[in-house]
Design a protein around this ligand. Structure first.
Ligand SMILES: Cc1ncc(COP(=O)(O)O)c(C=O)c1O
Length: 374
């Protein structure tokens, strides 16, 4: 039985009727951008995350970019980010003209640590942007303590982690601002591109983010800053609001499947393959990805084996940011971020979406166990 890496149709068919009905209302009203659905979504997601303010954006990339712009990050500034992340984390820093300062990772959580962040701080550091990779929070108490000691703002990249929890809080409640993505593959996915910026508690910054989203304009045709067009459209907000009541169930479905793998794959030893760790105290990994580490240089062979069996899997990410051609000008050398480079050779993400059946999970497990001769 083939098992795709991700299948969106079953989830979307569950909300189709509600969305079609809402779309009909949008067409009747013909208000397509930043209308009542966007406002409603902002209110609902601020409540969901516990951040005070939420601003709907056109994508996760823009949600992070607008946060940097609201802090006036510019050429000559440095922003500390992990090298092991989706490209957008680095892209937005470079887009402001600032210099991305790439740091290594904790090999168990795949995330940045407070010590790595602190070691990268210089007098030019103007922001720290930890990423909650794959659905697991980075060490936010530790990173916030370092940031506060040095008086540096923090932007959480929660593009993969809306709903992730730890230390009694949720993604979006730690940093000054937080960027989220609703790209269709996320746990809460739109029918196209969409994102959202949380502002933890600063009303002035929230007003600035709102203004920057519409070319720095307030009131109409008066432009205070050169902002961007980062507006969210009504249709995406409608889809996200229709799905939001199901999100907790989907997170729990992913968690259940992750734990099913933990129980079923005990015959594979850690020197063969390492399963993801839920390292956050009182936390909740929301498994946007279920990412294993394949040891002994066997990752590519396992990927080929699973593909032959019709089992979807993917490498996130094969080339980390400090090794990307567009960042060669920064002068990083191979070997400089050793744990990151090793992770990019060992990681493999497996299907974990909530609609998987036990037979599908068993198919993946059998493929893995068979590869290791178990
Ligand atoms: C870690 C991370 N940062 C930023 C982004 C950018 O989000 P978007 O694709 O919505 O622009 C993503 C999305 O894939 C992501 O995974």
């Amino acid at each position: 039985m083939p098992v795709p890496m991700l299948e969106l149709a079953p989830q979307n068919s569950a909300v189709k009727a509600k969305i079609l009905e809402g779309l009909s209302t949008i067409i009747d009203k013909s208000s397509f951008v930043l209308g009542e659905n966007v406002k409603g979504l902002e209110t609902e997601l601020a409540e969901y995350s516990g951040a005070k303010y939420a601003v709907g954006m056109s994508s996760g990339t823009d949600a992070l970019l607008v946060a940097l712009m609201a802090l006036d990050i510019k050429a000559g500034d440095e922003v500390i980010i992990p090298s092991f992340t989706f490209f957008a984390t680095g892209g937005v820093v470079a887009r402001t003209g600032a210099t991305p300062v790439f740091i290594d990772l904790d090999p168990v959580s795949f995330n940045a640590t407070a010590a790595l962040v602190e070691a990268a701080i210089t007098p030019r550091t103007k922001a720290i942007m930890p990423v909650h990779l794959f659905g697991l929070l980075a060490d936010m108490p530790g990173i916030m303590a370092v940031a506060q000691k040095h008086g540096i703002p923090v932007i959480e990249d929660a593009c993969q982690s809306l709903g992730a929890k730890g230390w009694g809080k949720s993604a979006g409640q730690f940093g000054d601002m937080t960027g989220c993505s609703f790209y269709p593959t996320k746990n809460l996915g739109a029918f196209g591109d969409a994102g959202l910026t949380f502002i933890r508690d600063d009303e002035k910054i929230a007003a600035k983010v709102r203004r920057m989203r519409v070319h720095g304009m307030e009131p109409v045709y008066v432009h205070h800053e050169v902002g961007m067009n980062g507006r969210m459209d009504e249709f995406q907000a409608l889809v996200l609001r229709a799905k939001l009541p199901m999100l907790e169930g989907w997170h729990e479905g992913r968690r259940k499947h992750a734990h099913w793998y933990f129980d079923r794959l005990t015959a594979i030893t850690p020197d063969e393959m390492v399963l993801p760790s839920e390292t956050v105290p009182n936390g909740r990994h929301i498994y946007n990805q279920f990412t294993v580490r394949v040891k002994q240089g066997k990752r590519d062979a396992l990927q080929a084996h699973l593909k032959n069996l019709g089992i979807g899997c993917a490498v996130y990410y094969p080339i980390s940011l400090h090794e990307q051609p567009c960042f060669a000008y920064l002068g990083y050398k191979t070997g400089q971020l050793a744990e990151t480079e090793l992770a990019s050779k060992e990681v493999l993400s497996l299907p974990v979406y909530p609609e998987m059946t036990e037979a599908m999970l068993e198919e993946v497990a059998k493929g893995l166990l068979g590869f290791f001769g178990k």
